[in-house]
Design a protein around this ligand. Structure first.
Ligand SMILES: O=C(O)CCC(=O)C(=O)O
Ligand SMILES: [Fe+2]
Length: 315
C-alpha cells in the first residue's frame, strides 16, 4: 500500500531470487523456441481458399459399422477421408512453404513413425500458431469433416512437419495408424520435386490390415501430387504410409485436430505419446485432455488456446 492507502503496482510480488530462483530453474523445461529462426511472414485469414465439391468417403465405406462410430445427439462421426483439395490460396501456400522450410533445421531424427520430423511446430512458429487457431481455418476443416474441430489440447502433436529426402538412405513414413482421430496433411512439395513419396492408405478396417497382401485391391494411392494438396484422414481408423522418397525433397505439414464433443472417444494413449515426447512433457498434455469438463466446446477451446467451435457453427 502507498501512504495514501491506495494499491500501487509496487505491491505486486517480485520475481524470486536466491534459492527459490534456483528451484524454479530446476523445474523449468528447456523452451522449444528455436534460436536463430528467421523472421516469418504474417498469417492472414484470407489465405484460406473457398472449398467446393470436395470428395469424401465415409467410415462405412471402410467397413466400420454404425454402432462403432461416435454419436452426439443424433450426429454421427462418420467421415473417413476428405480430399485432396487446396485449403490455401496460392499466396497462402507460398507463405506456408517458406515458413516450413525455415523450420527444417529444428527437425529431429525419429525412428518411430516418420524418419525426420518436427513436432510442436506451432510452438515455434507464430504463422503456424495463428493459422491453426484461425476461426476460418477451423470452420473450413470442421464443415468438411462434419464435426466441430479445434487444435488438439495435447499441443505437442498438433502441428508436425515431416521432411523426406532421397539422399543416401531413403526417408520413409512407415505403415501406421495415428494416435489422432482428425488428421489433415498438407503437401508442401509436389511430385515435380521428388521421386517416390506416394501417400498410400488401406481402404478397410484397421483390424483387417494384418491380412493385406501385395497387390491387395484395398491398397490405394491418394492423389496428393500437387503442391498444397490437402487430405483429411480419420487417422486412428485408417492404416497409411508414404513410400520411400528416392530422389529430391518432400515435405508435409500434418495437423491434428480434436472434436471437443468426442473427447471421451479420443484414441490417444499415454504411452503412445510418452514414447514420442517423454513422460515430463506428456503429463501436462494428458491432464489438458482428461481433466473433466462442464462445457466441452468452451473448456477445450481454453485448453487448446483457440476460438470456440460448436455444432451450430457448422450447420
Ligand atoms: O507425410 C505424410 O504424407 C504423412 C505422414 C503421416 O501419416 C504422419 O505423420 O502421421
Ligand atoms: Fe499418419
Amino acid at each position: 500500500m502507498t501512504r495514501s492507502g491506495r494499491a500501487s503496482a509496487l505491491d505486486l510480488p517480485r520475481t524470486p531470487t536466491g534459492v527459490t530462483q534456483v528451484f524454479h530453474a530446476l523445474r523449468a523445461r528447456t523452451p522449444r523456441r528455436g534460436a536463430g529462426l528467421p523472421a516469418e511472414p504474417p498469417w492472414r485469414s484470407e489465405f484460406i481458399a473457398h472449398e467446393a465439391g470436395v470428395p469424401r468417403l465415409s467410415l462405412g465405406e471402410f467397413g466400420y459399422a454404425p454402432d462403432e462410430l461416435g454419436h452426439w445427439r443424433g450426429r454421427a462421426d462418420d467421415t473417413a477421408l476428405v480430399g485432396p483439395w487446396q485449403i490455401l490460396t496460392k499466396e497462402g501456400l507460398e507463405n506456408l512453404t517458406e515458413v516450413c522450410e525455415n523450420l527444417e533445421k529444428a527437425a529431429r531424427n525419429s525412428g518411430f513413425i516418420a524418419t525426420r520430423r518436427l513436432r510442436g511446430a506451432d510452438l515455434l512458429s507464430p504463422f503456424l500458431n495463428n493459422m491453426i487457431r484461425d476461426r476460418t481455418f477451423l470452420l473450413t476443416c470442421s464443415r468438411l469433416v462434419g464435426v466441430p474441430l479445434i487444435p488438439h489440447p495435447l499441443r505437442i502433436p498438433t502441428a508436425q512437419i515431416n521432411y523426406g529426402s532421397g539422399q543416401g538412405r531413403p526417408e520413409i513414413v512407415r505403415w501406421h495408424r495415428d494416435g489422432m482421430d482428425y488428421v489433415f496433411t498438407i503437401q508442401l512439395t509436389g511430385h515435380d520435386d521428388y521421386e517416390g513419396g506416394r501417400f498410400t492408405y488401406f481402404r478397410g478396417r484397421t483390424d483387417e490390415f494384418a491380412g493385406a497382401v501385395p497387390g491387395d485391391p484395398r491398397i490405394h494411392e491418394a492423389p496428393c501430387g500437387e503442391r498444397g494438396a490437402t487430405l483429411f484422414l480419420h487417422g486412428s481408423r485408417i492404416f497409411h504410409a508414404v513410400t520411400p522418397v528416392t530422389d529430391g525433397r518432400r515435405a508435409t505439414l500434418v495437423i491434428s485436430l480434436f472434436c471437443p464433443y468426442f473427447a471421451r472417444q479420443d484414441s490417444n494413449t499415454f504411452w503412445h505419446l510418452a514414447g514420442d515426447d517423454g513422460i515430463p512433457a506428456t503429463v501436462p498434455s494428458w491432464l489438458r485432455l482428461k481433466w473433466p469438463v462442464r462445457n466441452p466446446a468452451v473448456d477445450f477451446s481454453l485448453r487448446a488456446g483457440c476460438p470456440v467451435i460448436t455444432w451450430d457453427d457448422i450447420r
